[in-house]
Design a protein around this ligand. Structure first.
Ligand SMILES: Cc1cc2nc3c(=O)[nH]c(=O)nc-3n(C[C@H](O)[C@H](O)[C@H](O)COP(=O)(O)OP(=O)(O)OC[C@H]3O[C@@H](n4cnc5c(N)ncnc54)[C@H](O)[C@@H]3O)c2cc1C
Length: 411
């Protein structure tokens, strides 16, 4: 049974791996001309249920060896003493040894390698049109190639093409959370090691962390912008000007960081938004990961949700013998509550993590100073129910109930 997957980052390769293992014939089409370069992109988190999926794929030792290793948060306040927080003390979930943090590019490369020879990858192409009938989906590609597939799955991220073609324009389905995120690579001129340095101001934070594998560092800007969401996610020059307008008056390392962001070849800025859909499928087309239910970037659980969603979808398809109606209904029933809880995290991180007044700024400084000094049980109790606990709270179906791998034929 031929299943076309659009996108080869996180959700796409995980889905392809499990579909192949459960007896389907997946084909993955990816817009970038080659597999993602190992260390590109930002750091992403795998919380317990995603680490469990990785364990079932035999990948945990590889992922652990690639862990980012930034366990200390150093909160720097110009003219005043810095506050250092060991993240492993700070949150019960980060203290959980199953939590992994890895560069997204490296994760994608490891997942791509893990998929077996039963998975065909087509790089440098994109779906152009989809036309479905009760028995299959006719697809044309930008390259001019055409094909007919039993099912098409969009794993092509926040700005998904499959979603646009099958569900309609993005602006109706994307909900702006009132924040913006920018990231870029820069030299590790502070010689940071295992440490994220953070600067906080009203309505904006900035941070920098080292990428030990490359010797470079990454800058992160998270800000709230009063007034308007006018923003073109393709206009990089306008985005660079917007970042300068927002941070131009700040002190600390900001002037240097802004200069570095002007030079960063991988400069990224986007509004923080969530994808909200009542249904993740239309007939023989379905969505997985950010394409279907992006909860918002930056510790928003998007990566964990993408991994878990891909596994749940593959199992649902296998259990339904490839019948899309039953499989997509089961997939949504099993995952939607967890996806809803994950979607609560990004608004909370924005609300609490980016102070909106001087009073909140002082309060978060005091909390950061106090929390690490509390006894561990009390600290963990205070953090329980917090964002990272929510992301860890999903129980996968038992591994020994995984469907077999008898090959499915086109029905
Ligand atoms: C700056 C930033 C910081 C983040 N920080 C975190 C974090 O700290 N923790 C966390 O868990 N998550 C974080 N995220 C979110 C995380 O990256 C996503 O939730 C996760 O990557 C989702 O995986 P995905 O496979 O669904 O989509 P994506 O990783 O977005 O992958 C989509 C893939 O589809 C491809 N594609 C797109 N369009 C097409 C097309 N038309 N045809 C073919 N291929 C296409 C893309 O090239 C890409 O390879 C962050 C995101 C950003 C942008």
């Amino acid at each position: 049974m031929d299943i076309l997957i659009s996108g080869a980052s996180v959700a796409g390769p995980v889905l392809a791996y499990w579909l192949d293992r459960f007896g389907f014939d997946p084909v993955v089409v990816e817009r970038t001309p080659r597999p993602r370069l190992g260390l590109g992109g930002h750091a992403v988190d795998l919380f317990a249920p995603a680490t469990e999926v990785m364990d079932r794929m035999g990948l945990v030792p590889r992922l652990r060896a690639a862990n980012t290793d930034t366990s200390v948060l150093r909160y720097e306040r110009p003219g005043r003493s810095a506050i250092e927080v060991d993240l492993r003390d700070f949150s019960a979930a980060f203290a959980d040894e199953r939590h992994l943090e890895i560069m997204r590019g490296e994760l994608a490369a490891i997942l791509h390698e893990a998929t077996g020879s039963g998975v065909e990858y087509r790089f440098g192409d994109s779906i152009a049109t989809l036309a479905q009938d009760p028995r299959g989906v006719d697809v044309t590609f930008d390259s001019g190639r055409t094909g007919r597939f039993d099912l098409v799955i969009g794993a092509d991220g926040l700005h998904s093409t499959v979603r646009r073609l099958a569900f309609g324009p993005e602006d109706r389905l994307r909900h702006h959370l009132g924040g913006y995120l920018a990231v870029g690579t820069l030299p590790n001129y502070r010689e940071l090691s295992e440490q994220t340095v953070l600067y906080n101001a009203v309505d904006r934070i900035a941070a920098m962390y080292p990428v030990w594998q490359t010797g470079a560092a990454r800058a992160v800007f998270l800000f709230r912008r009063r007034g308007g969401t006018d923003f073109d996610h393709r206009d990089i020059d306008a985005q660079r000007r917007m970042l300068r307008a927002e941070y131009g008056n700040e002190g600390w390392e900001i002037p240097r960081l802004l200069d570095e962001m002007d030079r960063a070849e991988d400069f990224y800025l986007d509004s923080i938004g969530q994808i909200r859909l009542d249904s993740w499928s239309r007939g023989r087309v379905a969505l997985v990961g950010d394409a279907g239910y992006a909860p918002g970037p930056a510790v928003g659980g998007g990566t964990t949700l993408a991994v878990v969603g891909a596994y749940v979808l593959a199992r649902a398809l296998a259990e339904a013998g490839g019948a899309p109606g039953a499989a997509f209904t089961a997939y949504q029933e099993q995952l939607s509550d967890y996806a809803r809880r994950c979607a609560e995290v990004a608004p909370a991180v924005l609300r609490r993590g980016v102070p909106s007044s001087r009073a909140q700024l002082r309060f978060s400084e005091a909390a950061l100073r106090l929390l690490p000094r509390l006894p561990a049980p009390l600290r963990h109790r205070l953090m329980a129910g917090g964002p990272s606990t929510k992301l860890a709270d999903f129980t996968l179906p038992a591994e020994n109930t995984d469907p077999g791998s008898e090959r499915y034929t086109t029905g």
